[in-house]
Unconditional design. Structure first.
Length: 63
């Protein structure tokens, strides 16, 4: 299930965002004032800095 955080990432953006490694769907996870995007296919987590998703494979974390 894909959810969105008001003011952080729009529903429209979540519809087109995909994991840069496997092209799978991403799940937006709220965490404090920010959050992260999780790919459950390849188990990578992409952070969100000031409302901007950092979609770099080299900077993603395994979870």
């Amino acid at each position: 299930m894909v959810t969105t955080m008001p003011g952080v990432i729009s529903d429209e953006l979540m519809e087109v965002l995909a994991c840069p490694k496997c092209h799978g769907k991403l799940e937006l996870v709220e965490e404090g004032e920010g959050g992260h995007l999780d790919c459950h296919n390849c188990r990578l987590r992409y952070r969100i800095d000031d409302g901007i998703p950092v979609m770099l494979i080299d900077e993603a974390e395994k979870f």
